[in-house]
Design a protein around this ligand. Sequence first.
Ligand code: HEC
Length: 129
Amino acid sequence: MKHFLLRAPALLLLAVGMGQMGIAQADELELAQKLATSHCAVCHTFDKGGPPGQGPNLFGLLGRKAASESNFTYSDGYKKAMAGKVWDEQMLDAWLTDTQAVALGSAMVYAQDDPGKRHKIITYIKSLH
Ligand code: HEC
């Protein structure tokens, strides 16, 4: 009995700690979504099967072949530069750093030099699957 009394507070602390971690992650994702929406949603949709806008739908991007959305007409420069490439986090980070350095002549012109912001946008896109 004495043993149990000593241990209970520790278990309680652990439970509280885990609860807070869950909330922190949810907050992070919400902020990431806000940032991605404000920077990208003028041209892109993020929902599954969403229509293309000025750019292709981005649902399930990671693991997808570049320039492979069949309902979107990619620019010739982009198709040529991205032939055979598959989207992963590293490529997405390079793309968001400077699209023209990855695919010169691409119709998307964007350069985000804040690694924290790039990370947030990638976190959001990663969550879409
Ligand atoms: C002003 C419009 C515009 C904005 C804003 C924009 N994009 Fe794009 N995006 C495009 C266009 C157009 C293409 C197609 C590029 C081409 O064909 O040259 C594209 C292509 C892409 C691709 C390649 C997808 C594929 O199927 O290969 C990714 C990834 C992407 N954009 C991510 C983003 C993200 C993330 C943001 C926000 C940080 C963003 N874009 C903001 C217009 C935009």
